[in-house]
Design a binder for this molecule. Structure first.
Ligand code: ADP
Ligand code: ASP
Ligand code: MG
Length: 407
């Protein structure tokens, strides 16, 4: 008998019929003898709707209250899923994140999991029940409800799989697995049979929302195999793992990610002397603003232009924090642009073969796409471009790197 943690995403539990459908799959799996912990997301677009509802009351909802509100989405689906299993004659119990032992920091809206105490889950499993856990939520040391960031139910699932020493974590979603790029943008995208943690982490961190990046990170640290598969169709999915090097990906790009949520801030005429960058970026870090790409072009006369990117939601705050410092250090004007996007190619093969960047830039150039900024890791190249061209860029790159071709 194996212990398996499964997770079903929002589309998979969007209405009563789909919840019954998932419950039937869970019950059938249970009958094969596996012990199951099932993490569920909120139904359909519930999380978006709850955020919108809060916005109708106040422009800036207090973070603590917003987290309590958002956590209710997953509470609803966990109880309905449990009732569906009861209806099928399957013993089951729902647990909140807190009851499931998910301890987090108190950073509302994007709390990281600090500890998992699986005692209660183990007790219920010991009584033969399927345990249904509300995803995306945890509890802080101050006993306040927190949420893990959008898409965070994946992270709940992997964290539980690790704590319970499960055989594997299975992420069931509305696509058949991880594709070479988002199949909604490029219908010729190809499903990958397997992908390494490192590559999946880069794809997820740079926009491929099929997996939450922190879930992949946890999987990598604890070597927990993660299967991404369809909750609707019985077809093989994609295994994310850290096994031996995968032949399929040698010398190739594995996938293309895009993220249409990019804004940039440029500070012109920044004095080129030690300490200035630290002075500018420290307040952003303290405010929890994630600065992504940073480019400094050294100009003449010991002054430089400094450009950095943030998410659109953080732009206003970033400008507010940086403007007074720019003035203090006698920098020039500050300009921003919020209509940008990131497109990234990812592949472990890049480390050993030259020419990936040149091919990427040529493909974008031939599509008439201007590159605003570039950033890289050992296995990724990212270009910041205009948002309106992001779909064209993804398709052009998918073609240029021959991703649609048969394995
Ligand atoms: P869930 O609600 O099940 O968590 P998400 O909407 O978070 O599902 O993630 C699944 C979606 O991720 C797919 O519908 C697809 O549009 C998108 N996606 C983006 N990049 C990829 C990719 N490389 N492979 C598969 N799906 C992707
Ligand atoms: N319901 C949450 C969200 O929409 C968490 C999740 O689905 O993983 O972001
Ligand atoms: Mg998701």
């Amino acid at each position: 008998m194996a212990l398996i943690v499964q997770k079903y995403g929002g589309t998979s539990v969007a209405d009563a019929e789909r919840i019954m459908n998932v419950a039937r799959r869970v019950a059938a799996r249970r009958e094969q003898g596996d012990a199951l912990v099932v993490v569920v997301s909120a139904m359909g677009h519930t999380t978006d709707e709850l955020i919108e509802l809060a916005r109708q009351i106040t422009r800036q909802p207090e973070a603590r209250e917003l987290d309590v509100l958002l956590s209710t989405g997953e509470t609803v689906s966990s109880t309905l899923m449990t009732m569906a299993l009861h209806e099928l004659g399957q013993p089951a119990i729902s647990l909140s994140g807190a009851q499931a032992g998910i301890g987090t920091e108190s950073r509302y809206g994007r709390a990281r999991i600090l500890s998992v105490d699986p005692q209660r889950i183990l007790k219920e499993l010991g009584e033969g029940k399927v345990v249904i856990v509300a995803g995306f939520q945890g509890i802080s040391e101050e006993m306040d409800i927190t949420t893990l960031g959008r898409g965070g139910s994946d992270t709940t699932a992997v964290a539980l799989a690790v704590a319970l020493k499960a055989e594997r974590c299975e992420i069931y979603t509305d696509v058949d697995g991880v594709y070479t790029t988002d199949p909604r943008i490029e219908p010729k995208a190809r499903k990958l049979r397997e992908i390494s943690y490192e590559e999946m982490l880069e794809l997820a961190s740079y926009g491929a929302r099929v997996m939450h990046n922190r879930a992949v990170e946890l999987g990598a640290v604890y070597n927990m195999p993660i299967l991404v598969a369809s909750s609707f169709r019985d077809v093989p999915g994609t295994l994310i793992h850290g096994g031996p090097e995968m032949v399929e990906q040698r010398n190739k790009v594995s996938g293309i990610a895009y993220d249409p949520d990019v804004a940039k801030v440029t500070i012109r005429g920044v004095p080129d002397r030690p300490g200035i960058a630290a002075t500018l970026f420290e307040p952003l870090a303290e405010a929890g603003i994630n600065v992504d790409t940073i480019v400094q072009n050294a100009g003449a006369e010991k002054i430089a232009d400094l450009t950095f990117t943030v998410t659109r939601g953080d732009l206003e705050k970033a400008i507010e924090l940086v403007r007074p410092i720019a003035q203090q250090v006698s920098a020039g004007e500050l300009v921003s642009d919020s209509n940008l996007a990131k497109v990234s190619i990812v592949g472990a093969g890049m480390q050993s073969a030259p020419g990936f960047a040149a091919r990427m830039f040529r493909a974008l150039y031939e599509e008439g796409i201007n590159i605003e900024m570039i950033s890289t890791s050992e296995i990724r190249i990212t270009c910041i471009i205009n948002e309106s061209q992001v779909a064209d860029a993804v398709r052009a790159l998918h073609k240029a790197f021959e991703l649609e071709q048969a394995e």
